[in-house]
Design a protein around this ligand. Structure first.
Ligand SMILES: Cc1cc2nc3c(=O)[nH]c(=O)nc-3n(C[C@H](O)[C@H](O)[C@H](O)COP(=O)(O)OP(=O)(O)OC[C@H]3O[C@@H](n4cnc5c(N)ncnc54)[C@H](O)[C@@H]3O)c2cc1C
Length: 602
């Protein structure tokens, strides 16, 4: 049952006053709704989901794939930005995130991709038995339902996929879009011409090379979110109560023996500002945090779980002194090159100057066809050898002899071990519009290439600096702090130019680079360029890491917060290391795995 507290506060308050819950899920985002659906399949278990945002049902901002970044600045955006980044020219970097049922799955770029086996196994090797490729891939398959592309789409665009590598019965439909821009088709050729491998089966534990990537959308081109995929089909369950416009302000903790705390429930703020308590069942009730990488550490700290040196000065009574909370924060770093298409080729920029094009495409979309079905669908995941020459590889080795200051020894060792062993280190992808630069002609079409560093070594933090839930925590990804991150991103960004010098791209792109432009040529200029323009990949992880406590971990292998008896974290804040992949499949997988852990005691 979905109850919007904006319109049904009385009903909501009544339920909270008379019920206690077996599971209280804080945050109805990607992982939160996954775990809620699985746990509510047992009709004797009462499940409550508390989501700060509204529903995304029927909202074209959410449903239409091509609108994926249009939520920026709207009512479904948390409007985060980082603290000034000292190693990136003082930039405050945008980190918009979905404040809506479905969370980031309702606003993201729809890319659906997995990393290679080694990266999931590395999570286990850090001291987390049971968290490996085998368990992650099983959970990702459980979440997904592949729609094999229709023959006409295969014929037109060349899509390839190996159906046995993906799930076929999960809630989240994954499909190829019904349209692939010419420039994305050419990106496959350009990559191959540069010596990159074409990968026909990137979902089975080896994602190296250039490939057609799936998109989290139905075969009718409606975006899949965790709300549409996991929640909507089970809305009639009376033991599952979902509140929208419900802001959780704090967890209530009581002592449960020496050095241990239990949560008896959470405080919920209603849209009118009033606060009501949601009670966890005394017998075995669990509080499940799924508020995402930015808000989960905030809630832990506001509730007295975190580093005492941060909590005490704010007057917060320290329940569990857990210094790992809010640390090990990591995001992919991203830079952009922009080129102009030759006439008459078009990108989405043409919506702004070709009369009638938008209307024509809106009509086509009603039949599940055309440009609006497309968000992104070709990726190139490249290992180091593909990008760096012999001399550069030698320099890379020298830089990597020194551990950067903010990453722990085990994490550094783990990543470093993979850098020279064929694991993708950089991703190239195209944005089908002008996405970086200042000089834009009004009636021409542009395409930007994004360059994403997949395994940065800099680590940042997310901590509160006030006791109010309404103040965003200080979000400091510490981008480009490590020498490796700066050097490698500069090298891989410079390499991006080479795609535009291939015959495949020369056919359709003007030769002159628009951004950063031909004046950037030396190593020093590239480094300055990336410092001035680096962005985040919107793939934040790690602030409540799944790691042994002695390694600054926050949750154990059952996702239970150290020092607590019944508080779990199930969102991406538990992921201790980023993958060579965009992060939504991992969020669904962690939700699935969390549900299995909790169901095991039924
Ligand atoms: C712009 C953008 C583009 C992206 N593109 C891609 C992509 O193309 N492919 C991909 O794989 N990944 C992508 N990602 C990343 C991916 O979507 C996320 O990493 C993933 O969905 C996060 O899942 P989560 O469950 O950890 O958090 P979320 O899905 O963000 O869920 C957290 C939920 O908690 C709610 N919440 C927070 N605080 C409170 C509170 N106090 N009370 C109540 N509710 C609260 C939030 O409103 C939200 O609904 C993108 C992300 C963004 C932002």
């Amino acid at each position: 049952t979905l109850i919007d507290l904006k319109t049904a506060a009385l009903t909501g308050r009544g339920i909270l006053q008379s019920w206690s819950f077996d599971y209280i899920v804080v945050g109805g985002g990607t992982a939160g709704l996954t775990v809620a659906r699985r746990l509510s399949q047992n009709a004797s278990k009462k499940v409550l989901v508390l989501e700060a945002g509204r529903s995304g049902v029927g909202d074209p901002l959410v449903t239409i794939p091509q609108n994926s970044y249009s939520f920026l600045g709207t009512d479904i955006d948390w409007l985060y930005s980082t603290t000034p980044q000292t190693n990136a020219a003082g930039q405050r970097i945008n980190l918009s995130s979905g404040k809506v049922l479905g969370g980031d799955s309702a606003v993201n770029g729809l890319v659906w991709v997995r990393g290679p086996t080694k990266e999931y196994d590395a999570i286990q090797d850090l001291g987390n038995p049971g968290w490996n490729w085998k368990t992650f891939s099983k959970a990702m398959r459980k979440a997904e339902k592949l729609n094999v592309p229709r023959q006409e789409l295969v014929d037109e665009f060349g899509f390839t996929v190996k159906p046995t590598s993906l799930g076929s019965r999960g809630p989240v439909d994954v499909s190829f879009p019904a349209f692939l821009p010419l420039q994305h088709q050419k990106f496959i050729n350009a990559s191959v011409q540069l010596g990159h491998r074409f990968n026909e089966d990137p979902y089975n534990g080896n994602n190296e090379g250039v490939f057609y990537s799936l998109s989290s959308q139905t075969s009718r081109a409606v975006r899949e979110t965790s709300e549409f995929a996991y929640l909507d089909p089970v809305l009639n369950r009376t033991n599952l109560i979902v509140f929208s416009h419900a802001v959780v302000t704090q967890l209530k903790l009581v002592t449960a023996g020496t050095n241990r705390y239990s949560s008896t429930g959470v405080w919920v703020r209603f849209p009118d500002g009033s606060v009501t308590f949601a009670r966890a069942n005394i017998a075995g009730g669990e509080v499940i945090l799924a508020a995402g990488t930015i808000r989960t550490p905030q809630l832990l700290e506001l509730s007295g779980i975190g580093d005492k040196n941060i909590l005490k000065p704010l007057g917060i009574s320290v329940k569990v002194d857990l210094p790992g909370v809010g640390t090990n924060y990591e995001d992919h770093t991203l830079t952009i090159l922009t080129y102009k298409l030759k006439e008459p080729y078009l990108s989405f920029d043409a919506f702004g100057y070709v009369p009638g094009l938008k209307e024509e495409q809106q009509e086509l979309y009603k039949q599940g066809k055309g440009w609006l079905t497309f968000a992104n669908s070709v990726l190139n995941m490249a290992p180091l050898d593909r990008i760096l020459n012999v001399t550069e590889r030698r320099v890379a080795k020298t830089i990597l002899e020194t551990k950067p200051p903010t990453i722990s020894n085990p994490l550094f060792k783990s990543i470093k071990g993979d850098i020279f062993s064929g694991v993708p280190q950089v991703e190239y992808l195209l944005f089908n519009s002008f996405s970086g630069g200042t000089v834009k002609e009004a009636n021409r079409s542009y395409v930007s290439m994004a360059i994403q560093h997949l395994h940065p070594l800099s680590r940042g933090s997310i901590h509160i600096n006030t006791t109010s839930i309404d103040d965003h925590p200080l979000i400091n990804p510490n981008l480009l702090e490590s020498e490796w991150d700066k050097w490698f991103l500069a090298k891989t960004t410079a390499y991006g130019r080479r795609f535009f010098q291939t015959p495949a791209f020369q056919e359709i792109f003007e030769q002159e680079e628009i951004f950063p432009g031909p004046n950037v040529t030396t190593d020093a200029q590239w480094e300055q360029f990336i410092k001035d323009t680096v962005g985040a990949g919107y793939h934040s992880v790690g602030t409540a890491s799944l790691l042994p406590k002695a390694q600054n971990g926050v949750v154990d292998t059952k996702l239970k917060v150290y020092g607590s008896t019944n508080i779990r974290v199930v969102d991406l804040s538990v992921l201790p290391l980023l993958l060579s992949a965009h992060t939504q499949p991992a969020a669904y997988a962690i939700g699935e795995m969390a549900a299995d852990i909790l169901k095991a005691v039924w």
